[in-house]
Design a protein around this ligand. Structure first.
Ligand SMILES: *Cc1c(COP(=O)(O)O)cnc(C)c1O
Length: 379
């Protein structure tokens, strides 16, 4: 089945009680049992909810995985993966990743005795020196936020398999329409469904997809034991979002491409970060593992000052100044003071995230209007 058809039909079955074509929002906490222990497979909604189950089936299907699990947020999904670990275990994580993931690792899990090594994964071989008998998990993200670095998922997966580790890939930026890490050898795919899956900036949610039954059972146990489940209304919204993911992503990619090239030719714009440029350091890998390059773009201004960046950020009219990404409307963001403020400045600068870097989440409006807006803001 072709992708467009799969995205529309993923997880969709007529509701058994009425035939409703859309899975209803089962807004209930519990289910009436016929006799003690005799029920329809539904006992209590932290463990089972039909709307959530439909979404879990849908996310698994669109990531080419066997099992999906959804959580109350992207970080709750990440948190559940971390709970697979024990004190003393070690994790190798990408050095350029979502600030909230870094915060969870350093501020929450270090104190439980988990050790993290942050590695530049643009060359997968950089991982090897950090592997030892305590290593359990590799955590990576590609394209990275906000510098659009590309990690070769298949190369990292090969190293991970050699040492029997679990590889988890945060696939939020690419979305399942552009990239499928399980097909490239990853063990778990994580998404902040808040972003492209939901697609309309109206929900906070996360998900995990995997093929291994044992891993699924462990993560399901964590999901119900720790309880970070999303409500049925939120599941409904993401189910609806997924139905248009393919058409939205196509437009995000088209608009992203036009704006990336336009920015690059602007006299006041310095470096532009977008994996679709043929001179992007890992463009060949992006081209091989992605179906398109997406609508996330970062750039610096030639006048590399925080003041100038602030002026541009406050001058756009269509691009709204806000955290988050992946919605139909365009957003503009200042990573150093917003999404990545939880990473210490020295650490940010060391990883190439300058104070004047501006990140765009290019929406699906008309590209001419978006360019006109950026043009008047950059001046
Ligand atoms: C937003 C985001 C997260 C966290 O997801 P929430 O839904 O905000 O909890 C994780 N990774 C990436 C790449 C993100 O953009």
């Amino acid at each position: 089945m072709k992708l467009a058809t799969r995205f529309i039909h993923a997880g969709a079955h007529p509701d058994p009680s009425t035939g409703a074509i859309m899975t209803p929002i089962y807004q209930t906490s519990t289910y009436v049992q016929e006799a003690p222990g005799v029920n329809k497979g539904f006992e209590y909604a932290r463990s089972q909810n039909p709307t959530r189950f439909a979404l879990e089936e849908a996310v698994a299907e669109i990531e080419n995985g066997k099992f999906g699990l959804v959580f109350g947020s992207g970080v709750a999904a990440t948190d559940s993966v971390m709970k697979l670990l024990q004190p003393g275990d070690e994790v190798i994580a990408a050095n350029d990743m979502y600030g909230g993931t870094y915060r969870l690792f350093t501020k929450v899990y270090e104190k439980f005795g988990i050790r993290f090594h942050y590695v530049n994964m643009q060359d997968a071989e950089n991982i090897r020196p950090y592997i030892n008998e305590k290593t359990q998990l590799i955590w990576t993200e590609t394209p990275t936020n906000p510098l659009m670095n590309i990690t070769d998922i298949a190369a990292v997966a090969a190293i991970s398999k050699e040492h029997n580790l679990v590889l988890c890939v945060d696939n939020t930026f690419a979305s399942p329409y552009l990239q499928n890490p399980l097909d490239l050898g990853a063990d778990i795919v994580m998404h902040s469904a808040t972003k492209y899956l939901g697609g309309h900036s109206d929900v906070i949610q996360g998900c995990l997809v995997m093929n291994d039954q044992d891993l699924r059972d462990q993560l399901y146990f964590i999901q119900k034991s720790c309880g970070a489940v999303p409500g049925p209304m939120d599941c409904f919204l993401v189910l609806r979002g997924i139905k248009t993911l393919h058409v939205r992503m196509e437009r995000h990619c088209e608009n992203g491409e036009r704006i990336a090239h336009w920015l690059r030719n602007h006299p006041k714009v310095g470096k532009v970060y977008w994996p679709g440029f043929s001179d992007h350091p890992n463009h060949h890998i992006a081209k091989a593992q992605m179906r398109g390059f997406g609508g996330m773009i970062s750039f610096e201004l030639k006048n590399d000052s925080v003041e100038e960046a602030r002026r541009v950020l406050s001058s756009t009219k269509l691009f709204s100044l806000a955290e988050s990404l992946g919605g139909v409307e365009s957003l503009i963001n200042h990573p150093a003071s917003m999404t990545h403020a939880s990473i210490p400045r020295e650490e940010r600068i060391k990883n190439g995230l300058s104070d004047s870097l501006i990140r765009l989440s290019v929406g699906i409006e008309d590209a001419d209007d978006l360019i006109e807006d950026l043009n008047q803001a950059i001046g």
